[in-house]
Design a protein around this ligand. Structure first.
Ligand code: UT7
Length: 319
């Protein structure tokens, strides 16, 4: 029997403060109509002062563990995907480890920006498959609004804060993570990056994006990697029960659904309420659809994401 990583719990946390498009239109030259038409976003959550990525991550993790019926002490691996760590070091995952009272195993961060959760899931899945971990917390958490340039309407309206987490447990059978597929191409750096960091400017910097360029890559690379995941498992798109895509733009999400012949009912969409929460977007969407009973045990789910790097990936999961 094959050793796999079974998703035994999901959890999410969104900061209390909600900022609508109209709120932003009072601050900058934009409109609710433009934002909704171009992106599908209606609002986003924004972390309070003093509310850090680790706080959001710990809250999402507690919920995921509760849903799994597991104790924090059961966890022997934490992989946290973030672009907005609390500090340059140590890894935000170690802060979360301490907050949860976990004193064994390993905790570290993964940086693949918006693709971060898919990368973190792949890392944790491989640890479990190799027998190096039994129970893993995989987290995507961001306070992304902290790295926005509020004078750039082309990016400031697109992002939000939040966290999502899943608990993976080693299991033998045909349920669990079936395969993960990761790609990156550093030639895409200029399309999406932050203009700073410890080794370059010594300052954190702000997001810079060539939106149309990223859009173009997103449509083609996500389609390729979803197809790669299907092929690796000898599956056809008709066998997909749910698409849980990265929530950057409604037009990209709809494009993927059309490409694979998936009806709107099979696609989990949160971009309207959460905006783009980078590494948190996929686990936030997954938790919503598991929580409200749409995604059920045994169903086939495709997770996908793309972001800065460029880095992208997909995972095929039997829940
Ligand atoms: O998570 C990482 C992955 N990121 C993505 O997937 C993002 C991919 N890109 C996109 O989602 C889209 O490219 C955007 C939503 C960012 C932009 O949509 P677009 O249709 O590509 O618009 P654009 O950047 O070409 O801008 C069109 C017009 C411009 O005006 P002109 O030059 O035509 O007069 C912009 O200045 O819209 C203007 N514009 C805005 N207007 C009102 C740009 N941002 C805004 C805004 N409000 N917030």
């Amino acid at each position: 029997m094959t050793r796999r990583s079974l998703i035994v719990g999901t959890g999410a946390y969104l900061p209390a403060k909600v900022v609508t498009n109209d709120d932003l239109a009072r601050q900058m030259d934009t409109t609710d109509e433009w934002i909704q038409q171009r992106t599908g976003i209606r609002q986003r959550h924004v972390a309070a002062e003093g509310e850090l990525t680790s706080h959001l991550a710990a809250k999402a993790s507690e919920k995921a563990l509760a849903q799994a019926g597991l104790k924090a002490a059961d966890v022997d691996l934490i992989v946290l995907a973030t672009t907005t760590p609390d500090e340059t070091f140590p890894a935000t995952a170690t802060r979360v480890q301490a907050m949860l009272g976990i004193t064994r195993g390993a905790a570290f961060d993964v940086q693949a920006v918006c693709a971060g959760f898919v990368y973190a899931l792949a890392v944790a899945d491989n640890f479990i498959k190799a027998g190096q971990a039994e129970t893993a917390l995989v987290i995507g958490a961001e306070t992304f609004t902290r790295i926005l340039d509020w004078n750039d309407r082309g990016t400031a309206v697109l992002f939000g804060d939040g966290a999502g987490a899943v608990v993976l447990k080693a299991a033998y059978g045909d349920r669990g993570v079936l395969s993960t597929h990761l790609h990156s191409d550093g030639r895409g750096h200029d399309a999406l990056y932050v203009d700073g960091g410890p080794s370059s400017t010594g300052k954190v910097g702000v997001v810079k994006m060539q939106g149309k360029e990223v859009f173009r890559h997103a449509v083609s690379k996500l389609a390729q990697v979803i197809q790669e995941a299907l092929d690796a498992n000898g599956m056809k798109s008709e066998q997909i029960d749910w698409l849980v895509p990265h929530q950057a733009n409604r037009r990209i999400i709809d494009g993927m659904a059309d490409k694979f012949g998936l009806s709107k009912e099979k696609v989990v969409v949160t971009v309207d309420r959460h905006a783009n929460t980078s590494a948190a977007s996929v686990p936030l969407a997954l938790d919503e659809a598991v929580g409200d009973g749409r995604i059920r045990p045994g169903q086939v789910v495709v997770l996908e994401a793309i972001g800065g790097g460029l880095a992208w990936g997909a995972a095929l999961v039997r829940m």
